[in-house]
Ligand binder design. Structure first.
Ligand code: 5AD
Ligand code: SF4
Length: 462
């Protein structure tokens, strides 16, 4: 989601005539997109901002830069301005969740920053940038009370194979550990017509794979008269000519219904992969987390997917060391891993975040204990993935060719189920093509395969 926000912000700048430069020291404008989901991510931002501190920063708050790159020297020593040392000083902005969380406090900690804008206010970005260009020294976009979404004329896309597209912004859930509802604001869905129009544009531009994004993507509620359900939207996107793969993330278990499974069953272009964060295997911890489901309700969703006619790959997110998590609770998370048989899991140590209800909870788990639990969990899941992937040896998959290895005849890509495949092919594959491969080996995180085209070819020539 954050990466895609960066793509859209870059699009806003491109539309205003800016160009992307390769090197930081060639930039007139530097915007840092930030994350505050866990403390580590937030800490990184201030150390990065420290690196951007201009060497000749003498009088905080006294420098203005005009778009024509003239330095207006109010309160600056005349010789400094005359020496032109500040001519290359870029406009520095901080975007994203940390911007939202810290607000104007960022100006105090890093006074060389001139723009602070949270994601709920990105609609205002063109206006904020214009204010900076016309000489305003500091601008902010910090409102979260909004019913608007961030739509751009141009999006500068970094991934040439997978086009991201936001269908719902913000979050109306209130998980007790999570900053997102504070930093990204309330849930706002885009109209289905606008989503479908963007998908058609992407298909025209040559994309065959799209990924629909939202913090709780399946809570999508079409604001237009068409009132499409999320599963209807999936079906409609899959029907756009040229689109071969439709992905979506992240799904919230509470809103995950059988209609989504039926859509996956019915339409091969809807990828058979669901990312369904569980967070904990203990009903008591889930309750403290305010996740709105129990362990057994979650496992029912898994059973529903396992009963589908197509084999669905399921991945998850897990937090260990939530306040009050006992050894027994943790063991329930481990046993849930066995029961759910995930194909992938992102696991995190609980990180206390500002404003969140869990910040004040008792029975904080010591850092070393969190690390111990995390290591056990990662190891258990690794073994599950190893066993699951080994069972795939001998099976055939279609892979979108996304990369060429430095090693000769080696290529990589993803299956529709989002598994990473490294495969051998004697023929010069074209990036962006779909090829049929056969799995010859497995690791916990990827499959090793051989191109079926190559096999056919060698059979014919033998
Ligand atoms: N501490 C640890 N992990 C967190 N996540 C969200 N908030 C926190 C937190 N305070 C994790 C959840 C979520 C993922 C994106 O990040 O597992 O699904
Ligand atoms: Fe955070 Fe919960 Fe919303 Fe996910 S569903 S973004 S964890 S509040």
């Amino acid at each position: 989601m954050n990466e895609h926000d960066s793509e859209k912000v870059a699009g806003v700048l491109l539309a205003r005539g800016y160009k992307q430069v390769e090197r930081l020291d060639a930039a007139d404008v530097v915007l840092y997109n930030t994350c505050s989901i866990r403390e580590k991510a937030a800490q990184k931002v201030f150390s990065r901002l420290g690196e951007l501190r201009p060497a000749d920063w003498t009088r905080p708050g006294s420098v203005r830069i005009q778009p024509d790159r003239e330095v207006i020297s109010q309160g600056l020593e005349p010789h400094e301005a005359a020496a032109g040392r500040l001519k290359d000083r870029p406009i520095i902005g901080v975007l994203g969740c940390l911007a939202q969380q810290e607000g104007e406090g960022i100006f105090e900690r890093a006074p060389w920053v001139s723009l602070v804008c949270g994601s709920a206010s990105y609609r205002k970005l063109p206006q904020l940038i214009e204010e900076l260009e016309t000489g305003k020294r500091r601008v902010t976009g910090l409102e979260t009370e909004t019913d608007e979404t961030f739509e751009t004329e141009i999006t500068r896309r970094d991934n040439p194979w997978r086009a991201y597209l936001t269908i719902i912004e913000g979050c109306d859930k209130a998980c007790s550990y999570c900053v997102v509802p504070f930093t990204r604001g309330p849930e706002r869905s885009r109209s289905s017509a606008s989503v479908l129009q963007e998908v058609r544009q992407l298909a025209d531009a040559g994309y065959t794979e799209v990924q629909l994004l939202g913090q709780t993507v399946n809570s999508y509620a079409d604001p237009s008269g068409r009132k499409m359900r999320f599963s209807d939207l999936l079906l409609a996107v899959a029907e756009v000519p040229g689109i071969r793969r439709v992905r979506f993330t992240t799904s919230h278990p509470r809103d995950f219904g059988n209609d989504i499974v039926q859509a996956i069953e019915a339409v091969p272009a809807i990828c058979e992969h669901v990312h369904l964060p569980v967070q904990s295997g203990s009903t008591a911890v889930l309750k403290a987390m305010a996740r709105t489901y129990t362990r057994s309700e979650y496992l029912e969703k898994i059973a529903m997917m396992r009963a589908a006619k197509r084999e669905i790959s399921i991945t998850t997110d897990i937090i260990v060391g939530f306040p009050g998590e006992t050894e027994k609770d943790f063991e329930e998370t481990l046993s849930l891993l066995d029961a759910a048989q995930y194909d992938g899991a992102f696991s995190f140590k609980y990180s206390p975040r500002p404003n969140t209800p869990s910040l004040k909870m008792q029975d904080v788990i010591p850092e070393e204990e969190k690390s111990r639990r995390l290591a056990i969990l990662i190891e258990r899941q690794r073994e599950i993935q190893r066993a699951r992937n080994e069972k795939l040896v001998g099976k055939g998959f279609e892979v979108l060719v996304e990369g060429k290895s430095r090693r000769e005849n080696q290529w990589s890509g993803h299956t529709s189920s989002n598994r990473v495949v490294n495969f051998t092919s004697q023929r010069e594959e074209s990036l962006g093509d779909y090829v049929q491969v056969k799995v010859t080996g497995a690791t916990p995180n990827s499959l090793i395969a051989i191109s079926e085209r190559h096999r056919d070819f060698s059979l014919r020539t033998e």
